[in-house]
Ligand binder design. Structure first.
Ligand SMILES: Nc1nc2c(c(=O)[nH]1)N[C@H]1C(S)=C(S)[C@@H](COP(=O)(O)OP(=O)(O)OC[C@H]3O[C@@H](n4cnc5c(=O)[nH]c(N)nc54)[C@H](O)[C@@H]3O)O[C@H]1N2
Ligand SMILES: Nc1nc2c(c(=O)[nH]1)N[C@H]1C(S)=C(S)[C@@H](COP(=O)(O)OP(=O)(O)OC[C@H]3O[C@@H](n4cnc5c(=O)[nH]c(N)nc54)[C@H](O)[C@@H]3O)O[C@H]1N2
Ligand SMILES: [Mo]
Length: 762
């Protein structure tokens, strides 16, 4: 968190550093998983719970959005999925006594790790104006507090409804319905900080803002390029898919400033060879690129492909638009600029070109390394140009593969969690429910922070997540939050957003994925959509963490009844009682969901239609796939400064910190580390083990500081540093966002390192 732990916080940050590893998973991962899970859940619950992860009769792993294979293993989860489950299924509890013992002012000084470790929230809690203690509040009173505040607003646009990506399809659909019934499109979500750049780029170029490959395509691909992604930590089950692809003859290329262990070698914990042997080498080529150099890299490849006349002419003629303009721009790509932007040598790019020329089918996978830059949208459009040139979309083994983060972030967007909904979606909503939804665009994450800061938004409501810690410019965001009249969080675990509050605040504790959900209509299940557009059911089996918890759908429906009273448009009580009725509504509003209840009854679920993938048709403005010719950009770094990326350690899930180790990178027992190339460190006079403050320099002359980081000499690209989020969010200027998508540019922050005294660091 931004706040460093107070001296009496038992969690002390004291990093111990050894050499980075060169392989991921294997036996240490299994041992680590079981130890962490048993600490939270005990032995019996660990066994019972983990065997239900991602099984056809079980719950969807709350870890990431990677799809489940058709033939599932008995243990279809990974180390980090198991940690996510353990974090939720923990036996630790936060009770009203806890809040009586800990004033909010004390909790605000604690680390995020400590807050999360306290366990599951058990009762609705209310922080009255001027009070320093949360107190228990009955559910009905809690809903009345929110409803009264909402009804008193001068305009519904003074309320903001945030969503994090774990929310089920049913809850998300009800939640957006509630916001629009109230009269606002202020539905920012974590996607705004995550894959929004992918959505923006793909919608414009191929007409669908989602990936176009299925698992089967990865297995059949001849070349898989993984750019700006660290699957060993963030999507460990993807490594099994890459291993299978590799065994079937694929080549794998990784493009990254860091040599990530998971992309080097994978020891599959699901077979003996992986557990005990040396595992499978994954990457055939590692291009150690500069931060933000990817657009230039793909532009250079595109130039070479065009010059070699190695393009798929029939595909281009039949299915695309804008080729000539693009080809003219690509032919002028400047080699000096390409080499400067990428930090690569020409020979390395030629090696990749040779692989591309030999491959009949190519998939490009990416994540935050591409989306969180100022020029993220043109970068991803350049990836699309690259695939279009050789017809690598809409045929087996080829396509775009943005790998999503949160387990249902893609589904939430499909359900209408979007501040800029398509008119067709609103038309369908209007037809189904008979009220006129608002048409003006709402606020995204960055704009919502500005609105709270400026007082034009007064109520902040969050369906999950940890907005204060996940958002950029921590100082600005915290002040914005404190400026609100009322902040409300529907949450499973305690986090920083509960203690940096508006004048009044509510914590509404909810069921997690792992738990049984029983409503008036009997036991319910929910549905989710994975990163490849597969929709399936998720059923929890555990007894809820507390008898006072309500499900997310129940919370929305009861809030709606408190707000609207008897609503002629929406039968909220009936929808709460039977989620099947919610799915009936979804089936009539959202394309691809017809017969939803029937289709989702099929074990394994169903795949949503995707026009480019299924029929090579592109629902864009031109009716074709669009080549685009944006100028090449890359971050400018003044002399003596470094470019900082903020990323995840192996022991965290976004703002949830599981532990203080980053095993693959050789970091133990601490998070305040900055990874610097030894050459840069020498030039700056920073020995390994010395301490420095990170100072970000923004173009308007303002500076932001994160103090006391241990300098780690690390094999990252020259000029490029790395440190963990969310500790470094304080350094990301609110206005430093991607063009078009407005995603915070958290992977390219200009910093200087100021040597300091190690005392600050612990
Ligand atoms: N265990 C675990 N799993 C998770 C999460 C978690 O926190 N923990 N978070 C979930 C979420 S919400 C998301 S969005 C995903 C995130 O998954 P990732 O995107 O893999 O997450 P990051 O840690 O941000 O890693 C970014 C990777 O891109 C590289 N990179 C950074 N900048 C550049 C660049 O300019 N160019 C290139 N080519 N590479 C670059 C970094 O070195 C790093 O390897 O993971 C999801 N899964
Ligand atoms: N500097 C920097 N900033 C970043 C990023 C980065 O790479 N660098 N990454 C960005 C990305 S990709 C993302 S997705 C965002 C993440 O932003 P968020 O999604 O807002 O953050 P999380 O840390 O995933 O949220 C964790 C909280 O969710 C709650 N929770 C967990 N499970 C459930 C559930 O089932 N229901 C409910 N209601 N609540 C639940 C718990 O209370 C927990 O404390 O952060 C973004 N911020
Ligand atoms: Mo994300």
């Amino acid at each position: 968190m931004a706040a460093k732990p107070p001296a009496d916080d038992p969690v002390q940050d004291a990093p111990d550093v050894t050499a980075p590893q060169h392989a991921a998973a294997g036996l240490p991962a299994v041992a680590h998983t079981l130890r962490m899970a048993q600490q939270q859940m005990g032995v019996r619950r660990t066994a019972l719970t983990l065997l239900k992860v991602n099984q056809k009769d079980g719950f969807d792993c709350p870890g990431c959005a990677w799809p489940e294979p058709e033939h599932r293993h008995k243990a279809e989860f990974c180390e980090n999925g198991a940690k996510a489950v353990a974090e939720e299924a923990t036996l630790r509890r936060v009770t009203p006594d806890f809040f009586a013992a800990h004033p909010v002012s004390d909790l605000a000084r604690r680390s995020g790790y400590w807050l999360g470790q306290q366990g599951r929230l058990t009762q609705p809690m209310y922080l009255a104006e001027g009070s320093d203690h949360y107190e228990p509040v009955p559910w009905e009173r809690a809903f009345d507090i929110v409803a009264e505040e909402l009804r008193a607003l001068a305009s519904p646009d003074e309320a903001v409804f945030y969503t994090s990506g774990r929310t089920s399809n049913e809850a998300a659909f009800l939640y957006q319905l509630f916001a629009r019934r109230l009269g606002t499109n202020n539905l920012p979500d974590c996607s705004n900080m995550c894959h929004e750049s992918s959505g923006s780029a793909l919608t414009e170029t191929i007409g669908v803002g989602k990936g176009s490959v299925l698992l089967e395509d990865l297995y059949r691909s001849e070349l898989i390029i993984v750019a700006g992604q660290n699957p060993g930590t963030n999507h460990p089950r993807m490594l099994s898919a890459l291993e299978k692809a590799k065994q079937q003859g694929a080549r794998i290329v990784t493009v990254n400033p860091l040599p990530e262990a998971g992309m080097e070698r994978f020891k599959n914990p699901q077979n003996a060879r992986g557990l005990a042997g040396s595992g499978t080498a994954l990457a055939d080529l590692f291009l150690q690129i500069r931060l933000g150099g990817d657009q230039a890299l793909f532009r250079a490849l595109n130039r070479l492909l065009i010059e070699a006349d190695a393009v798929d002419r029939p595909f281009i003629d039949e299915h695309t638009h804008g080729y000539e303009d693009f080809a003219a721009a690509a032919r002028t790509a400047d080699w000096d600029e390409v080499l400067r932007a990428t930090g690569l040598e020409r020979a390395e790019i030629d090696r990749l070109l040779a692989m591309v020329l030999e491959a009949k089918s190519v998939v490009v996978c990416w994540a935050m390394g591409l989306t969180q830059h100022k020029h993220a949208v043109p970068t991803i459009k350049e990836v699309v140009n690259f695939l279009l040139l050789r017809g690598n979309i809409g045929r087996p083994g080829a396509g775009v593969c943005p790998v999503r983060g949160h387990s249902n972030v893609q589904g939430d967007r499909t359900m209408g969690i979007f501040e800029r909904p398509a008119p067709a979606f609103l038309d369908a909503l209007e037809k189904e429910f008979g009220f006129a939804p608002p048409r003006e665009h709402g606020l995204d994450v960055v704009r919502a922070i500005r609105a709270l800061r400026d007082g034009t938004a007064k109520v902040f409501f969050a369906m999950g997540g940890n907005f204060v810690a996940a958002s950029p410019d921590t100082g600005v965001t915290e002040a914005a939050m404190r400026n609100a009249a009322l902040t409300v969080h529907v949450s499973t675990k305690l986090n920083r957003s509960h203690v940096i509050t508006g004048s009044r605040a509510l914590i509404l504790p909810t069921l997690g994925r792992t738990e049984k959900d029983v409503q008036a209509g009997g036991e319910q299940f929910v549905t989710v959509e994975d990163s490849m557009g597969m929709v399936h059911a998720s059923r929890g089996g555990l007894r809820p963490a507390s008898p006072h918890l309500l499900s997310e759908p129940a919370i929305v429906c009861r809030l709606a009844r408190a707000t609207f009273g008897d609503d002629p448009a929406v039968p909220w009580a009936a929808l709460e009682a039977d989620y099947g009725l919610v799915r009936d509504r979804i089936s009539r509003v959202v394309p691809g969901f017809d017969d939803f209840n029937t289709k989702v009854a099929h074990p394994g679920g169903f795949t949503l239609p995707h026009a480019p993938r299924d029929t090579r048709s592109f629902p864009t403005a031109t009716g074709k796939a669009n080549f685009t010719a944006a100028p090449v950009e890359y971050p400018a770094v003044p002399e003596g400064r470094l470019l900082l990326q903020t990323l995840r350690s192996h022991d965290q899930y976004n703002t949830t910190i599981y532990g203080l180790d980053d095993r693959y990178r050789g970091i133990k027992g601490g998070r305040r580390v900055v990874l610097v190339n030894p050459g840069d460190a020498a030039a700056l006079g920073l020995a390994d083990g010395s301490y420095a403050d990170l100072v970000s320099e923004w173009t308007d002359g303002t500076e932001r500081r994160a103090d006391g980081f241990r300098v780690v000499h690390y094999p990252t690209t020259r000029g490029c540093a790395a440190a963990y989020y969310p500790e470094t969010n304080v350094l990301v200027p609110l206005d430093h966002t991607a063009d078009t998508s407005n995603t915070p540019a958290s992977k390219s922050i200009v910093i200087r390192l100021e040597p300091t005294d190690p005392v600050h660091g612990s």
